[in-house]
Design a protein around this ligand. Sequence first.
Ligand SMILES: [Zn+2]
Length: 440
Amino acid sequence: MIKIFFQDKNTIFKARIDYVLNFIESHPLIENKLKFSRNATLAYDLTCNYGTPNSDGFFIPGQDLIFSNNHQNTFTNLVTNQYTYQSLKLYSVSSEKEGSAIFIKNKEFQFDIIETIFFHISRIEEWYCEDRQLDECNMMKSAEQFLVKNQLYHLPVIDHLIFAFANAIGLKLTPQKTTFRITHDIDEVFQNPSLFSTIRRTGGILWRRQKLSAIPKIWSAHFHQRNEYNTFDWMLSDQSNIEKCIYFLVGGTTRYDTPYPLDTDEMKTIFRLCKERNYQIGIHPSYDCWRNKELLKTEKERLEQQINLPIIISRQHYLHFDFKKTPELLIQNKIQEDSSIGYRDKIGFRSGTGFGYRLYNFKNEAPFDFVEVPLIFMDSALFKETDHDLRKTTEQWNNFLAENKFHTKITFNFHNSRFYDAHINKIPLKKWYQKLLSSI
Ligand SMILES: [Zn+2]
């Protein structure tokens, strides 16, 4: 354990700095091997000076850019600079472009790592996002976000930074293999092979100029009346060494929602399988729940009645999450863990980390009382990025996993309904998924 005396003169944003220090201390790569204190009378091993240099100890420059009350135009003009530490490349959040440099010189870190961490994990750019940056669901467009604009979303920039910082101050961490968490959103349970939906699907393929070879497969499913979405028997893993969660959509009336009855024999079998295979069952709140406490409550209770267990985990359908509203509703409904912070149209890291942590409440200047485990790799997001192209999809799948073998945690989301979409586009998602499970 290394005890660090942390010295800084920033009294206005003390809560934000404490939030970052706490994030560092409890980061899973560090495993409580490091402790910060602001109290010089307690015993410590080294000093870390933030903002004001001191002849003794390490120094982190303070740029007073993110720790500011003036957010007008701040975030759209931010840039990144690259720094190296051993074999890792690290990225700052800065106001001006500079050449690449080394991470630490004579105990002086070369950029404001405290603000950089805060920027990504607090999601301040989404909290204070401008109206013109919103998408059709009233969330910040991914293309407007810093990590996407700077082409950094395929890397857990914060997990890398934590690893480098800890080693730079003397913790001898060895690279840890990335861990996987398997999750499923159950948006639809019954793929309707009716004549109407088969014609609609055929039209969709022609309209989106997808592979024509998919069309005979859809008609075959129609003639044989197969429910191609019933993948539960092989999709639900019985491996005990995996973290596994499943979220059920149980309501909703918008065009984004596709609720299904819960009291059928088919659903009873699915719930039983989930329990037998030790899945943690969560709620997948429908589209409008993001700002509606009562709706969320009703949906959660309806699912609890069916499964006979209290629900404490959640992921918003459509990842429809309002930073100013949704966290409060989750807390009021006794949700302890959410997993909605991911991109809907690409795979990657939205807050720079794959590990669970607490989001920041800018109203109270304090962390929220639930854990956010970011969603990193969602099948539908991958297909959005590659337009169901087999070569592109294969490349993305392989490259992403190869790039991220160490230093982070990857939460996957495989929809029961997407394996069929993949199949009719000749993408062997089922094979990849099974290979992934057996690699854990
Ligand atoms: Zn969903």
